[in-house]
Design a protein around this ligand. Sequence first.
Ligand code: ADP
Length: 393
Amino acid sequence: MAIAPSASVEKSSTPIAPVRAAEVHDSFVRSLLDSIPEGLVVIDQTGRILAFSRAACEMFDYTEDEVLGRNVSMLMPPAEAAHHDDYIRAYLMTGRKRIIGIGRRVMARHKLGHDIPARLEIGEATISGTQLFLGYLRDVSEREEQRRKLKMVNEQLARASRISSMGMLAGAIAHEINQPLTAIQNYVETCAALVSAEGPLDRETLRDTMETCSQETARAGEIIRRFRHFMASGETEPARESLSKLINDALVLMLAGGEGTDVQIKIELDESCDDVLGDGIQIQQVVYNLARNALEAMAGLENRILQITSVCHAKMIEVTVEDSGPGLDEDHRKRLFTPFGTSKIDGMGLGLSISQTIIEGHGGRLWPAASALGGAAMHFTVPRMAETGQTES
Ligand code: ADP
């Protein structure tokens, strides 16, 4: 590559003859290209490839000879390649930087035609009056694949935990559904009695009874709808969700079946922020897990209070689920987020570790504290969504 001898080589303490200096310089550049861990692609202002590191050869599966002198667009997918020369020209004319010094994720076109996700950083240099662009490429496909797998495992884990909750919920649901079904049966029998009664038909009572019957049917349907929604395995994109609705739905599910109905439930949400950005089902699951833990911790106690509050912060909303139970002792606190760390005979010890994974997946935090109610206070944060549809900044 035609790069002029660098100043450091020329200033070496041992005087070097010019010819020798050029050789030293060439072998220095050669070893740099061979050893640099990133794929380095050096181009001139026409986009012509002047140097190609060994890591770049490995990444793209090209030999140096196959790429030197050719336009760098050969290393890009067609959509990018078509505009690359224009990008360089526009930059040279306006000095406006799109990627130089910023870096971004790009797709790199492999010799065999498939695309590799890569992180690209671009630097500039002027050597012997020639403007050069140095592109440093790091293959991030493995990292992205790991992230994808991790996300999949998390989703499966979260689903497993929902299914384990389903065992608990199934009894409760059966109980809850039984109420409207019993009511429907009574109302239908009343209707039958009204229709077969002697004398004029009492249309008004008949209509009212049928309406009530219809409301009870809707109630049963709503319980099933919530249950199915909760069990969905769905890999969802983050969306705008109403925090108050998620909390409400989680509590309705938790209380289905009558258990916990004698618990005093206080909900005080900050009205100035309700919209969160996230996976609604997952956030609902976190609230469900925390509220369920609070309920279980208070089992058998006289004074049972479950309190859910929210506070707006600049970018996040902080939710606190607290109770008047026995609280967390030091030993519990240490094992709180360790999978299978449970103090319950039938507990799985997964709820909190899954909740933590979900919250951290949303860029938030989940942490325990002591509650003024006497028990535990579990705090978590989720991204807040602004009116504009953006997360708050
Ligand atoms: P599980 O509920 O299946 O035990 P979790 O991961 O949800 O699993 O909870 C782990 C442990 O943390 C519980 O077994 C309990 O000992 C403790 N814990 C969680 N929440 C509370 C709470 N609100 N009060 C007291 N202890 C709690």
